[in-house]
Design a protein around this ligand. Structure first.
Ligand code: ADP
Length: 290
């Protein structure tokens, strides 16, 4: 394993949404736990990506040999916060066969006929995989709340319901890592403007992004309560400053890698006699069969 001590502080400690976490004063341009420069950060990310890739292979091997463990990385964040970049640049460092990607947009007509967790459950990672959720069940306490899609009496009990549901998930062998990418108001404005400035980005823009942006304060409030109510021991929230994309990607890489290191995954033992297999193979090395 490469050197994880380049971090001044464990990002899982400094980014964890604990008691007293304050969304409003949170510096979205900061690099908590990392005091080196961007170039060093980018190099460290590549190195840790190699570690992550090996850990993913161990997890996959575990799943192929009867293990029940999986990992679920939940990504939340407003438009332009960089969820897609995490999928591409962090999850993209491991073998795609080991991933189970899912993104959750406006529920379809069919999905709307079911409980809000129905569509989520169907996309949970199987044993041995790293699931990555681009948006998640948390939309059901975020956009649903801000846009009053259901009354408060319906969305408020969901905090407890989600905690209990995630508890069962964890008990079943899934390690749940929840990442909220928090971009500043100014940076979001610039990123949206860039989408308008560049014809190759127009496809990413929708007028709805401007409407959502106009509800900034309501979203901040919704995120704040979500952290307060659902950052649990078994499934904590990590709040990642996202104005510096290189930092956000580095931090998520490190959180995911450290969490997987803690799973202490070995390589599955051979279920055959290795000495005998070697002798049998050796006998074939001389020439092809006639
Ligand atoms: P993105 O904008 O992330 O590229 P999509 O356009 O497919 O992806 O869908 C995202 C939109 O879906 C967001 O505006 C989000 O708020 C909305 N959405 C996600 N889940 C729900 C939900 N449960 N209820 C209502 N809207 C939702």
């Amino acid at each position: 394993m490469s050197d994880r001590n380049q971090w001044k502080h464990d990002p899982r400690q400094v980014l964890r949404a604990g008691a007293g976490f304050d969304v409003r004063s949170f510096d979205r341009g900061g690099t908590p736990g990392w005091s080196r420069d961007r170039a060093t950060g980018e190099a460290a990310m590549v190195e840790r990506g190699a570690d992550l890739s090996e850990l993913q292979e161990r997890l996959y091997a575990d799943g192929r040999t009867g293990g029940t463990r999986s990992v679920l990385l939940v990504l939340q964040g407003l438009d332009t916060a960089g969820k897609g970049g995490i999928v591409r640049h962090v999850a993209g460092m491991v073998d795609p066969q080991g991933l189970a990607l899912a993104s959750f947009g406006v529920p379809t007509a069919e999905e709307r006929t079911h409980h809000y967790l129905w569509r989520i459950e169907r996309r949970l990672p199987p044993a041995g995989r790293i699931g990555v959720f681009d948006r998640s069940h948390y939309e059901d306490v975020l956009v649903v709340r801000v846009d009053s899609l259901v009354p408060e009496a319906v969305w408020r009990p969901r905090f407890d319901e989600i905690n209990a549901w995630e508890r069962r998930l964890v008990d079943g062998g899934t390690t749940v890592i929840k990442i909220a990418l928090m971009v500043s108001y100014a940076e979001q404005g610039e990123r949206l403007m860039e989408r308008l400035d560049r014809p190759d980005k127009h496809w990413k823009f929708s007028m709805g992004d401007v409407t959502t942006r106009s509800k900034w304060s309501a979203y901040q409030e919704a995120y704040a309560e979500m952290f307060g109510r659902t950052s649990t021991e078994h499934a904590p929230w990590y709040v990642v400053p996202a104005d510096k994309k290189w930092y956000a990607r580095l931090a998520v890489t490190e959180i995911l890698t450290r969490t997987m290191e803690d799973l202490d995954l070995g390589w599955p033992a051979a279920t055959f006699d290795v000495v005998q297999a070697r002798a049998a193979l050796q006998a074939t090395m001389v020439r092809p069969p006639a």
